[in-house]
Each structure stands twice: as structure tokens, then as C-alpha cells.
Design a protein around this ligand. Sequence first.
Ligand code: ATP
Ligand code: MN
Length: 463
Amino acid sequence: MDTISVAAARDPQTVGQRVKLQGWVRTRRDSKAGFSFVEINDGSCMANIQAICDADLANYESEVKKLSAGCSVTIAGEIKESGGKGQATEVHAESVTVHGWADPQEYPLQKKRHSFEKLREWAHLRPRTNTFGAVSRVRNCICNSIHQFFQEREFLYVHTPIITASDCEGAGEMFKVTTLDLEQPPRENGRVDYAQDFFDRPSYLTVSGQLEAEIYATALGKVYTFGPTFRAENSNTSRHLAEFWMIEPEMAFYELDDNMSLAEEFLKRIASDVLVKCGEDMEFFNQRIDDTVLATLEKIVDSEFVRLPYTEAVEVLEKSGKTFEYPVNWGTDLQSEHERYLTEEHFEGPVILFDYPKTIKPFYMKLNDDDRTVRAMDVLVPRVGEIIGGSQREDRLDVLEARMKEQELNPDDYWWYLDLRRFGTVPHSGFGLGLERVIQFATGMTNIRDVIPFPRTPGSAEF
Ligand code: ATP
Ligand code: MN
């Protein structure tokens, strides 16, 4: 007898097959006619399968009638057509094996719905709920779609280091990595002597793989990274994690317009894959979490993204008549409230802002001829705000060195990065997409802590 998933067993094509199903009980209902309905779920899909358990099962009184939410079982039997609502099939049990009980007095996931805050305290149990099952399946679908998108376009998947001594200037606060004794670090002239540390220098958890990705792009053409990223930002927002996953494509010979087009195609592909492959889960999000998610995803697929220079965006904001918490004027970084006004209210769809003031962007972004702006771009989407940040990189050695000095960085520390401009420099561009932001966007989940299995935020790393 083959073991099949609940998702497979719900397909009417399996009617007539004798199979094994393995999973966790969601509910048990006893009929007066002397049999029980046991619903089981195995995570393969949102829906359960119903098992009809007759009183003549050997362990009917001793075990089946004691099953409750959370118990783990193997049910063997024949798949039959079901007359029940919302299900094409059901299984008629020939045997029920109980692997583990879940005391209903103690098991927290009973009928009562718990808040997402409460469920964060039970990160070890929350994947058993409908919402977190659905989030996990959508997350998986998006990751798959990301790899496929790049692989189909001949991008090479490269692994950049998680521990690094370079700090991708401006990307965020960094976690230090050290083996020094924190109680009594070695000192030299009163300062901690990192020459005695593991790597002979201060080192950190990466905030971005971009600088290293540039090394590979300027040798192999088109590359992407997809890995964990760390930022010690002590900002308890619903859109920031201390540990998140970032996808960073980097392309030789791409200018900013090519970069924007790639970002747009990329987001469209993710949205359409989620709509096509996660239909059942997306229905759930649309009904239970946010009734705009389906429409927003469809809009991403169908509409052209607005492309707007930063300077014009500031004008739009100034003319909006809105009072923002943070005032806007040319030269200031846009806050989430400004980004959301642009994408949610003014353009009602995705917007790519570009050509930002050089003073608010890092040294590696290509300087425009106006000498005031750089070839930066941010992609903004409704509900989330910034989902992608990227740029065309400065490929001129002299300009790059000058920009570093302007930002009080020592070019000697970046000798290898400058070598890329010294030897066979090319125009090149890239961007970073936060995986969890795109999952938030797709599912409508309001807090980023609920779209990653084990969220790392200030003060929280229990699991
Ligand atoms: P923000 O302004 O939203 O804090 P950022 O400008 O610091 O983001 P970038 O350095 O441009 O972010 O990083 C690229 C992408 O990585 C962002 O567009 C976002 O999707 C994601 N990202 C950045 N910081 C975080 C974080 N702390 N948690 C989750 N995702 C993040
Ligand atoms: Mn950014």
C-alpha cells in the first residue's frame, strides 16, 4: 500500500485506490450510527481529508474514540467519492494506528483561535495552524519561483560569505563576530586589539552580499545570491527583522533601465506563480487576512510599474496636501509613510523611484552628470512600501575613489573592490529583494515576524 499525501488523496483520480495517509488529527466527530469522522491534515495542503472510521475497527473503542486535535496517526484504507461539501474524496479506514497522543487538557491548539502574538510564543506549534501552514507553502513556492526565474535567464547562483570584514557601507547596523573574551578583551593603547581576534580584524555578520556578488558578476556576467542577511537595527517595526533572507542579482553590462525592467519582471513572475500554484492558500489569505491580496497580486502581473525620478516624487508629496509625520523636502530620505502614500494612494500600484540625491545613498552608486543624484532605484508596492532597493554601480575608478573620500571611507580598505574598476571595468547593476517583504506582500500578513519560521528581533531568539 502506498503512502500518499492528503493533497494527492483529495484528487478524485485516486478514488478506488487503497492507500496510507499520515498526519495529525484536526477534529473527531462521532455519529449516532456508530462510526466516527476523523479529519486529518498533513501540511501538504490547507484542506483536511476525512476518514470514516467504523465501529468494527479493532481499536475503535480503545483508541479511535479517544482521538483529539494534535494526535498523530496513520490511516490505511480505500479512497471513495465523498458526498460531503467541499471535498471530492474521503477515506474509509481499514486500520488506524495512533503514533502519539495530545492531551486535550494541555494541547494549546484546540478549537479556539489564538492571536498571532500568542502564536509567536509557540513557534514550535504554530506551523500546525492553517495560517502558518499556508505561509510556509507560499514561502516555499516563492523560493522555488526565484530560483527558476534566474536559472531560466542563465544567472549563476553564487554563495557570498555570511561572515565578512566589509560592511557594505550604509546598509545597516552590524552584528560583530568575535572569539575575544568579552569580559577581558586584549587591549592596545586602550582600545580593543582586534589583531588578536579570530580573523585578525573586526568582522561582522553580512548585511548584504552585493560587493562580493559584484566580483562574480564582473567575471561571469549574471549572478544572484540568496541567503541569510543580518541587521542589528533596534527598530521594532512590522517590516524589519534582525535576520532575514535576501536575493541579490548582479548583472554585468546592465544599466539602470535594464535593472528596473528585471526587477519588474521578477516581481511579476513571483506574483503570477503564487496565484497559479497557491490558489487554495491565497483564497484563505484573501478571506481571512486581507481581502485585497488577490486583486493586488493580479494588478502586479497586469500593470506596468510607474517609473518616477525621486525629484518628481518629492513634488508629488509636497503637492499632496497630506500632513506627514516626517516633513518631505528634496534631499531627505523618504519614510515609509511617504512611500506608502505614493504606491497606495497616488499611483495605486507599484512604483519604481530612481535618481536619488547622492547624499542619502552609499558610495558605490553611479553618479549622474548633474553631480547631485545617483542611479539608485527603489521599488515600492502597496502595504509594504520598499520591497526592492538597487542601483547601477559606479564603474569609474576616479569617481568611485572621490565618492569614498566624500563619505570618509578609506579607499585602501576597498582595494579589491577598486580593482574591479581597474581591470576591465564594465557598467553593471543589481538590486536586493527582501524575501520576507515579498511574502508579506503576497499573503497580506501584517507583521514580518509571521512570515519567517523563527523570527529574530530585538529581545527575541527563544526558538
Ligand atoms: P528599509 O529602508 O526598509 O529599512 P533598506 O533601504 O535598509 O530598507 P536595503 O539595504 O535597500 O534596505 O535592502 C534591500 C531590501 O532588503 C529592502 O528593499 C527590503 O526588502 C529588505 N530589507 C532590508 N532590511 C530589512 C530588514 N531589517 N528585515 C527584512 N527585510 C529587510
Ligand atoms: Mn533600500
